[in-house]
Design a protein around this ligand. Structure first.
Ligand code: ACO
Length: 310
């Protein structure tokens, strides 16, 4: 890597040009993007588990079809993202192996259990709401294949967000049992949703280089602030109580949160959350049970011309 190459690369980023797969890029840009996009892909795939667990228990056919479509969307998002990462020279097998062996990270949020049906609505409202804030920013990122994947993913996430909000608002205005179920779901998902947007900026080692190279256009705390500012008034309007006694609105209109339990966050990230073990076991079982599909695909690819003509 020469200084001229780096200067020319940074000048392109400054001009707002997209970097494409075959363009020159610093090795560290490539490494950071592979790290981030593969973690993101794994999150989409593991994210199917907490919601998939409720498909058979959805309270109506309408809710069931919505949930099936949503879980299927997450699989599609995983596909685009694995492909976006592959453009940087890593193989699908390497990424999947890293996930299945527990080496790769995926979003902390999916290591919490879905205990009631309201959790499905709360995930749509809060978790997809947080994801949209982060991913709308990433749609503007400097790496072309990632930014384009984000455009489509965000529009699908918007449907997920709306169905979750609609469901929770309905329960919050429903029977006492429904209201209690919605509040309990908020009590359990509020803080994990805040944490999923990443550590405070001062504790975010990757932010410096990602910002410099136009991957992150906003910091973790800025995205978290956007998330709170949008969601706090809506949750209050729905009649729910946010489980943060220190929450207040400052003179600029920003909602300010109390201290986040980062010990809990790091413990989940390091594999000690409530569901880390089950999530990896489920992914490994799905991978093993799907071996015959991969074998069939390979046999099909390797068919002889005579077989292909058949
Ligand atoms: N869960 C698990 N690990 C996390 C999380 C999280 N919520 N937030 C940060 N980390 C990890 C980072 O991956 C990094 O570890 P690494 O260097 O070993 O890879 C470490 O904590 C330090 O964090 P940062 O330096 O702040 O990491 P980064 O700059 O990458 O910012 C962020 C984290 C905001 C999550 C970023 O990677 C990102 O925008 N990723 C793409 C979006 C994404 O992955 N979303 C997944 C959930 S959305 C969904 O699936 C519905």
């Amino acid at each position: 890597e020469t200084q001229e190459q780096l200067d020319a690369f940074e000048a392109r980023i400054q001009r707002g040009e997209k970097i494409e797969a075959n363009d020159w890029m610093p090795a560290e840009y490539r490494r950071q993007l592979i790290r981030m996009i593969s973690q993101h892909a794994h999150s989409e795939v593991v994210g199917m588990l907490p919601e998939g667990a409720w498909i058979t228990r959805a309270p109506s056919l309408k809710r069931k079809t919505i949930l099936i479509a949503k879980v299927q969307d997450e699989a599609g998002h995983g596909q685009y993202l694995y492909h976006a990462a592959e453009t940087l020279g890593i193989s699908r097998e390497e990424m999947v192996d890293a996930l299945l062996s527990g080496k790769a990270k995926y979003s902390s949020i999916f290591n919490y259990p879905t205990l009631t049906w309201a959790d499905i609505g709360m995930i749509g409202w809060l978790v997809d709401g947080a994801a949209i804030k982060n991913q709308t920013m990433l749609a503007g990122c400097s790496y072309g294949p990632y930014s384009r994947a984000m455009v489509r993913i965000c529009s699908e996430e918007t449907f997920h967000h709306k169905q979750g909000k609609e469901m929770i608002v309905m329960y919050a205005q429903g029977t006492p049992e429904q209201r209690a179920m919605a509040q309990d779901a908020l009590n359990r998902w509020w803080w994990p949703a805040m944490m999923m947007l990443g550590p405070h900026d001062a504790d975010s080692p990757n932010s410096g280089v990602l910002t410099r190279w136009g991957v992150k256009l906003k910091s973790n705390d800025e995205v978290r602030q956007e998330f709170i500012n949008e969601h706090v008034p809506e949750l209050l309007e729905a009649g729910l109580t946010i489980p943060d006694p220190d929450l207040y609105q400052d003179e600029n209109g920003d909602w300010k949160h109390g201290p986040i339990n980062w010990d809990e966050f790091w413990s989940v990230v390091k594999g000690h959350g409530q569901m880390n073990r089950q999530r990896l076991e489920a992914r490994n079982a799905a991978h093993d049970e799907g071996a015959w599909v991969r074998e069939a695909l390979e046999a099909y690819m390797n068919r002889t011309p005579a077989q292909a003509a058949d």
